[in-house]
Ligand binder design. Structure first.
Ligand code: AKB
Length: 344
């Protein structure tokens, strides 16, 4: 008999780590974690199996098919927006071909299991492309079908990943005589920038938010790479994880689309600094915009309209801006760096 597992790709990343913690707290004890980077030891203990491997490796997929029954996949692995601009072709391979490999795995598994395989895919605010600052300002919170003209490789990859998911869910091999009854139950969330108290992102363009906060908590100065008036949506990590689980749990009949916006607060970089300074009065931030990275954030909307998610599956963030800083970020970050400073 093949062992039943929940597959999480990108397991060593920020979201992967937080998801593993939450699922194992919820009693899920059959996680198969996969990442190209080593998965931290404390998390490995929470997984049935932690594999170091590449989502582009066909042999690895052969092993997954032959050894495991996989009714649920959280496909989190990706190269983020800044990193992807340095190596767009590699980003395309990881973000698009990698996603195809996982979708194919889901289709195959569904055939073996005789049920649809749930496929949860984090997409991003980066799928939007606002042509200029005046339009960005005027449009406010954008809806899922608006301004889908991303300027980054990552944004293009995520948008296409959403389309691939919809294709595999609804139209896969549509001309085949032997139409499979089962398939992929593809569900995706377009996340804003995420802020965790415990980990730092790498390779994103919304990273100025978390970086500013973590540097202040460490007592180190920070050169912020966007202007003070730069505005985009953000979310505290626990809300992001709650959303993944809530969308996965939602009854299929309630869902009216494969892709949902969610959001919670959208401070300007200056307002974010004010929030940081309230907790760490000695925080030093210099605004030294990097024109190229600035252009990327300027192309992202000031906010996302999440009314569809609220209506279809009851989405509502637990943390608004104040609560995110006061109840989650500041106490946990302070503890984290205080613990790190203790002699062992
Ligand atoms: C990035 O900055 O690339 C990501 C994202 C907004 O999806 N954090």
């Amino acid at each position: 008999m093949r062992k039943e597992v929940v597959v999480i790709t990108g397991a060593a990343g920020e979201m992967g780590q937080a998801l593993i913690e939450r699922l194992s707290e919820d009693g899920v004890n059959n996680i198969l974690a996969l990442d190209v980077n080593p998965i931290p030891k404390s998390l490995r203990a929470r997984c049935q199996l932690a594999l170091m491997g590449n989502i582009l490796d066909e042999q690895l997929f052969g092993r997954l098919v032959s050894e495991f029954a996989i009714p649920r996949i959280f496909h989190l692995a990706a190269l983020l927006s800044t990193r992807a601009e340095f190596t767009p072709e590699i980003a395309h391979r990881v973000n698009v071909e990698g996603t195809m490999n996982l979708l194919k795995l889901a289709v195959d598994q569904s055939g073996w299991l005789g049920i649809p395989v749930k496929f949860i895919f984090p997409s991003s605010v980066a799928v939007y492309g606002m042509p200029d600052l005046a339009t960005k300002e005027r449009e406010g919170a954008v809806r899922e079908w608006e301004w889908n003209v991303p300027t980054t490789m990552y944004g293009c990859n995520k948008l296409y990943g959403e389309h691939l998911g919809r294709y595999y869910a609804e139209h896969y091999r549509q001309l085949a005589v032997d139409q499979a009854v089962h398939g992929v139950d593809f569900r995706s969330i377009r996340f804003p920038g995420l802020i965790s108290a415990f980990t730092l992102p790498t390779g994103g363009t919304s990273d100025y938010g978390p970086e500013m906060l973590h540097q202040a908590a460490k007592g180190e100065p920070y050169a912020c790479f966007v202007r003070e008036d730069t505005r985009m949506p953000f979310m505290a990590m626990p809300d992001a994880i709650k959303a993944l689980i809530q969308l996965e749990d939602a009854p299929k009949e309630a869902l009216t689309t494969h892709v949902y916006n969610i959001t919670s607060f959208n401070p300007s970089a200056g307002e974010m600094f004010a929030e940081v300074k309230r907790a760490f009065p000695n925080a030093q931030v210099a605004f030294e915009p990097d024109q190229r990275r600035q252009m990327i954030v300027d192309s992202w909307p000031v906010d996302q309209d999440d009314s569809r998610a609220r209506k279809d599956w009851g989405w509502k963030p637990d943390f608004d801006q104040k609560k995110a800083f006061v109840d989650y970020l500041i106490p946990n970050i302070s503890r984290r760096y205080a613990d790190a400073a203790q002699p062992s």
